[in-house]
Write a protein of this length. Structure first.
Lengths: 406, 613
């Protein structure tokens, strides 16, 4: 047999193996462990999702170490990558449901992926706890009975920042945001809410770089040309680092206040090290400074388990799975309808303090830390921060009822 | 006034990086005709290697610039290695097959970089001595950007010297113009190609390493640059260095000033520009006709109608597939439904590539148009599924008729990039028109009605519709229409001489392929329950291309086999390991080396050989 034939045989064998796995009849459902299906963009956005995974791993280990749920049943998570694509996520969700027999779905990072899985969950009547997607639509205009969301939404984070922005003397504002729904709704909410508090402000320039493709020099220059008093920034990740570097180099931030969404999260602040911006008003997570007992316990456990400090994603992953465990315990069963009912109005203690999944729109009241960025010992961190409780930044139950389709 | 000057300079600095990367691409393409998808990956590797070296030695100017040079050379060596180890073995395959190989390399490098450097963005050191800014007419401007601006023309000049004043350069130019003749005169093309791959990759690596002081090195750098680099190459005219230089300058300025006038245009600006240039100038700004290489299926052996028992294989397969719901579970049916849909998508693309010799980089546009056609009818008019499904091929067909009218007037890579431009325009419309298409948050709730809601029912429906269309596509291949198309592919000149309007037939083929892809898209929308702009995006087009090539372009069954192979592999590996891109990339590379004619082509050759023996 020559090399070519061997290879072809190997190829055929691989194909057969692949088909066979796809055809494997669903294994007999094990009644013992409670299985949770988890989908996230592990290859699409590893910088955020890997700390997130460590967070939920810690939560699951804690739940099982404490004797499991429903009188001794352990929690078991089947985790999958969605490659950052909504159609792949829907297929994976189906696989988890039919083959892995999971009782509940959780995860997702990108808004469109979260929305696709939410719609799938409603169609298949399975509870879905969206961990990270920020879009307002997932709990409001496209909300459904089966979908819950943990993280503070775009609206909540924007309105937290508006509180601070309204106190500034600045009247002329410029905005820069990535050119997709997240950036657009963040800017729209910021404008609307700030104008309500400060009718005297005006927005003099806006920039909409394509996500991940910010042309930093020209964008910075265009913003500076409008001579704003303050800037509202929504870019994050690699775009943010470029924006900060170029902005410093071209003096954009001289004598200007910058108000910036998510920039205080360690995911985005840490990579900038000593070049982290100084004095920006941000939402974020100053993990090393929060000394509440619930946060200290979480941080110590996390550091002990992973020998690394927690990021925002870690908190999200941890709290998501703690919430799932609490909901199953409260429901007293894994029946999807009962779990959904238990999740509505569920109260639990997160590393950020007590939170509630509102019954009206299924949004958790977990908040964020609002403060100023600074550089200490060569790394970026937050100062003068306060915890903004999400409950104070959500519209009333009546207001959201009008927005939800049900 | 000073503002416009500084904005102009900023545009120049952006253009410099773009030029470095695209000059490498244009050199590689000009000489070897390889559509090198891995070029962006080399750029990313250059940035990562540069980051590591600069972190270590970058405190002094010598250390910094030495690090940049070393990173560039290392990436060049890797490019040469890819040529020797992989591409060289494929020069006898259909030209496009190398594209598949480089796609495998892209996947491998993505995971390798993530493994080696971790997932967090890496912000590197700034260039020592160039950290500050200078005031230009009272506007601060970074010093480093001034260096970049100077570097562009310097590199262009050096390359010009290399190609016009050295023996090696002369040989490369000779090979660019006529590969066979150069080889006949005793120039060893293999050595030349290795050198060219080294040079091209080193330029990409240089472009990447030079970005370290400007931006955080991250794992998305490869995809964000490679498409733009192709745009520059095509706008400038393939193989033309000066063209690439001019195109980079124009695109840099367009972006710098475009965002002042219309900030939201960032998504689509370069593609609009490319579409306009290609519609006006068939060979880009400075390309010449004789240098426009036919990036197309080389005219392989003619298709033969199966005879005897083999004739019944497709029908038998269809029957077997129809029986699957008796034994398979829900998930297996979902995956099979997707395989059938993607097989239709791949077969429709194969109609263009295999029969028409027209390589489309934007076939996802019609898949997406079909999906959106169905979803929009459901969302805005609450149309029932049969009507929405019927609309899918119609909308996609109309879209393909419009885009095709422009596209078939170009050939080779110019055709491919024009299809890409149209796809990107369609994508950006779906992405930004929130009121109508739902923007990037897509359209939800596109589920089949009760009678087709079961997985088995929907699978059978898909099988019937897709199977029927596949049968029609096959009929088209053996109808006079198919023969005409193939005649146009193999010799456009002779076809024209016997009175065939080649362009018109290509246009029809484009529309037919588009509407078949549209039907696939409609079926896909109802199988997923939602549609998103990602269905029209570049990765989807690339996936379709990979499926066709994997199966082999010289047989009609190729795309079907390729779609099944690729999709099953991807879904299985994805659920088994997080390193699925690495595994998938390696499998593709192995497949390419083992079956240089595609899997189906390999089986057919085997069959033919046995029959002859």
């Amino acid at each position: 047999m020559n090399r070519r034939q061997t290879l072809s045989l190997l190829g055929t064998a691989a194909l057969i193996a692949a088909t066979q796995t796809a055809f494997t009849l669903p294994a007999f459902a094990q009644s013992q462990p409670i299985r949770i299906g988890e989908v996230n963009s592990y290859t699409g956005l590893p910088a955020f999702t890997i700390p997130y995974r460590q967070g939920w791993q810690l939560a699951v280990e804690e739940v099982n170490a404490a004797g499991g749920l429903l009188g001794g049943r352990t929690l078991e998570v089947v985790s999958r990558d969605d490659a950052g694509k909504p159609d792949d996520a829907v297929r994976v969700a189906q696989e988890l449901l039919s083959n892995e027999k999971v009782e509940l779905l959780a995860g997702t990072y990108f808004s469109h992926v979260g929305l696709a899985v939410a719609d799938f969950a409603a169609r298949n009547k399975v509870p879905f706890v969206a961990a990270e997607p920020l879009t307002d639509a997932i709990t409001w205009t496209k909300g459904n009975r089966y979908t819950f969301r943990l993280r503070p939404s775009t609206y909540m984070q924007a309105s937290m920042l508006v509180d601070e922005a309204a106190k500034l003397p600045a009247k002329r504002w410029a905005t820069v945001a990535p050119n997709y729904e997240y950036g657009q709704s963040a800017v729209a909410w910021f404008k609307q809410l700030l104008k309500e508090k400060r009718p005297d402000v005006e927005f003099v320039a806006e920039q909409w770089p394509a996500q991940g493709k910010l042309e930093a020099g020209p964008t910075v220059q265009a913003l500076a040309a409008a001579k704003p008093d303050a800037i509202f920034n929504v870019t994050f990740g690699a775009d943010l680092a470029k924006f900060v570097r170029e902005g410093e180099g071209r003096g954009l931030f001289r004598n200007r206040t910058v108000v910036s969404l998510l920039t205080g999260e360690p995911e985005y602040l840490e990579p900038m090290k000593d070049e982290s911006p100084e004095g920006w008003i941000v939402t974020g997570y100053p993990y090393e400074q929060i000394e509440t007992p619930e946060h200290k316990a979480f941080r110590d456990a996390y550091q002990k388990r992973f020998n690394d400090f927690p990021r925002q994603g870690s908190v999200v992953g941890y709290a998501t799975f703690k919430a799932i465990a609490a909901a199953i315990e409260k429901a007293g069963s894994t029946d999807p309808e009962k779990v959904v009912d238990a999740l509505s109005g569920l109260q639990l203690t997160s590393p950020f303090g007590p939170i509630t999944f509102r019954a009206s729109d299924h949004q958790a009241t977990m908040g964020a830390y609002v403060g100023k960025t600074t550089v200490k010992n060569g790394r970026g961190t937050m100062t003068e921060w306060r915890y903004a409780d999400g409950a104070n930044y959500l519209p009333s139950d009546e207001a959201v009822k009008k927005m939800r389709p049900e | 006034m000073s503002f416009y000057l500084v904005q102009f300079l900023s545009g120049l600095a952006a253009a410099a990086t773009l030029f470095l990367v695209s000059s490498g691409l244009t050199i590689v393409f000009g000489v070897t005709r390889i559509v090198n998808f891995a070029h962006g990956s080399f750029y990313m590797l250059g940035a990562y290697l540069g980051w590591s070296l600069i972190e270590r030695w970058g405190t002094t100017p010598l250390g910094f610039w030495g690090g940049v040079a070393l990173a560039s050379l290392a990436v060049g060596a890797l490019g040469a290695l890819m040529e020797v180890g992989l591409l060289r073995r494929l020069y006898r395959s259909p030209e496009l097959f190398q594209l598949l190989a480089t796609f495998g390399v892209v996947l491998v490098i993505q995971d390798a970089a993530s493994y080696a450097w971790g997932s967090e963005d890496l912000l590197g050191r700034r260039a020592p001595g160039l950290k500050g800014s200078v005031d230009i007419l009272d506007q601060p401007f970074p010093l480093y950007d001034l260096v970049l601006i100077a570097l562009g023309p310097v590199v262009l000049g050096l390359l010009w010297l290399l190609f016009n004043r050295t023996r090696w350069g002369t040989l490369v130019r000779a090979a660019t113009q006529d590969r066979e003749m150069a080889a006949a005169l005793g120039v060893d093309p293999a050595k030349l190609f290795t050198g060219v791959l080294f040079l091209g990759s080193a330029l990409a690596g240089l472009g990447g390493a030079l970005q370290v002081p400007r931006e955080a090195v991250n794992l998305h750098m490869d995809m964000s640059i490679v498409v733009e680099a192709f745009v520059v190459v095509v706008v400038g005219g393939m193989g033309s260095l000066t063209g690439a230089f001019v195109a980079s300058l124009l695109i840099g300025q367009l972006q710098a000033f475009g965002i002042l006038v219309f900030p939201q245009i960032t998504l689509v600006l370069v593609f609009l520009f490319m579409a306009v240039v290609l519609v006006i100038r068939p060979y880009g700004l400075l390309g010449r006709k004789e240098e426009a290489p036919p990036t197309a299926a080389s005219p392989g052996p003619p298709l033969v109608l199966a005879t005897g028992l083999v004739r019944w294989v497709p029908a038998l397969l269809l029957l077997l597939l129809a029986l699957v719901p008796l034994v398979a579970g829900d998930y297996a049916l979902i995956v099979l439904t997707e395989v059938v849909i993607l097989a239709l998508m791949a077969a429709s693309l194969h109609l263009l590539i295999g029969l028409g010799g027209l390589v489309s980089f934007g076939h996802a546009a019609y898949f997406g148009l079909g999906a959106y056609g169905s979803a929009l009818l459901v969302k805005h008019l609450a149309a029932p599924m049969p009507l929405a499904l019927a609309a899918a091929p119609v909308l996609a067909g109309v879209g393909a008729l419009i885009a095709g009218w422009f596209c078939v007037r170009r050939s080779g890579l110019y055709f491919a990039m024009l299809t890409l431009a149209f796809a990107q325009i369609a994508w950006s419309v779906a992405f930004q028109w929130y009121g109508f298409t739902g923007g990037d948050n897509g359209i939800l709730g596109v589920w089949p009605p009760d009678w087709a809601a079961g997985k088995a029912a929907y699978y059978l429906l898909t099988l019937a519709l897709a199977g029927g269309t596949l049968f029609l596509l096959r009929r088209a291949a053996f109808a006079p229409f198919g023969y005409t198309l193939r005649a146009g592919r193999d010799s456009a000149l002779r076809a024209e001489a016997v009175g065939i309007d080649v362009r018109r037939h290509q246009w029809y083929a484009f529309a037919l392929a588009g509407s078949a892809a549209g039907l696939a898209g409609g079926l896909y929308a109802f199988s997923k329950g939602s549609v998103f702009p990602t269905l029209m995006a570049v990765p989807m087009s690339v996936d379709a291309l990979v499926m066709v090539l994997m199966g082999g372009i010289q047989t009609l069954s190729g795309p079907v086999v390729g779609a099944a192979l690729f999709h099953l592999l991807e879904t299985e590996v994805m659920s088994l390991t997080e390193w699925w891109r690495l595994v998938l990339g390696l499998v593709i590379i192995v497949l390419v080396l083992a079956f240089p004619k595609g899997v189906a082509g390999f089986v057919r050759d085997l069959w033919m050989r046995r029959k002859e023996a």
